[in-house]
Design a protein around this ligand. Sequence first.
Ligand code: HAM
Length: 425
Amino acid sequence: MSVKIPRGTQDILPGQSEKWQYIEKIAKDICRRYHYKEIRTPIFEHTELFKRSVGDTTDIVQKEMYTFEDRGERSLTLRPEGTAAVVRSFVENKMFGIPDQPVKLFYTGPMFRYERPQSGRYRQFVQFGVEAIGSEDPAIDAEVIALVMDIYKTAGLKKIKLVINSLGDAESRSAHREALINHFEPRIEEFCSDCQMRLKQNPLRILDCKKDREHELMASAPSILEYLNEVSKSYFAKVTAYLDLIGIGYTIDPKLVRGLDYYNHTAFEIMSEAEGFGAITTLCGGGRYNGLVQDLGGPESPGIGFAFSIERFIAAMEAEKIEWPVDNGLDCFVVALGDNAKDRSVSIVHELRTAGFSAERDYQDRKMKAQLKASDRQNARFTAILGEDELAENKITVKDMAQSTQDEVQLNDLVQYLKTKMEAK
Ligand code: HAM
């Protein structure tokens, strides 16, 4: 029996991988405009890092991590998300000492969560994310949100909705926590065993429970917005004022809590509202995490960021039936007939490739007709045909596939000929 791909993972084959590259290119280009620089961190980290940042009481840490012991008996974990590692690196590399703060970073790469696979939910998925660490200016919250909205807009997505909330500062959250305990405690035995544990450890997590979502106490739970102190209220007002200023529409949802523990103040998600986009509609999640740098051993350095998965991005593009820019395939396919011409075609494709063209030849010893068909299938813009007669005269016949015209060209002039033709298009 052949070995199959692990559950919840996927192969990205040619034809699909171009879509990934396209989205990554847009995202990187927008990051350049907003002046975010790339950071690359390891795919595995010490397990402790995620316990301390994502949080001991979250589903991610309790149920979803790929944790293993290495041969040196260290507990390591395949990263379930990117923020923890970026903040670890910020501290470890003393980026807080860089004169210009915040430090603005982006990253992309595979993340791993042992979740129940379904449409839009994988065990290995690729996130693209940004983190701006070292400023508490609400303008940076608006900037980070604007950046991701810009990426979606540039890709052509229209049916998306930005939802934001404030989780407040420590004082506001502590008041809200009390209110949540008072609200749920009298009837906590009606909730799942996880929620019963969450009540005292981290009652906010109850609002994020997938099992008890429909319980009547959920809808009537106290809203964080009622418990925001003046500082938190005015911070949130400033963030929304900046969003208004730059024309970014949003909906405030006091029930938005996010599934990771490090958040405070601004929290946001972006959903797809496209018809036919599966049950999981969240495309992107992010928020502010003041205090996380300190929790991981650094000085006070407030941060904010977001991440989206490319898998869900592509699903949203397809649900909105947005056309992918077509890849033109191949510039030139060299058809060769006879042994001498075949040998010569090796150096012809090499010259073309060195000059910057994409070029291909036959490697299956096929007849002329089959080589011409291959050129057609591979969408070549030009087919260059080299027979023994042409070779004797140092010439090659070049067919323009779209125009259905052809020219005889000196072999030495082929590169220049193709350049001129391509520029004329
Ligand atoms: P998150 O909400 O856990 O946040 O994940 C962010 C995004 O990753 C989701 O909105 C979704 O697009 C994608 N995602 C998560 N799990 C899966 C999955 N199993 N399959 C496919 N896509 C998935 C974070 O990870 C935070 N680190 C975001 C952040 C950055 N907050 C501040 N900075």
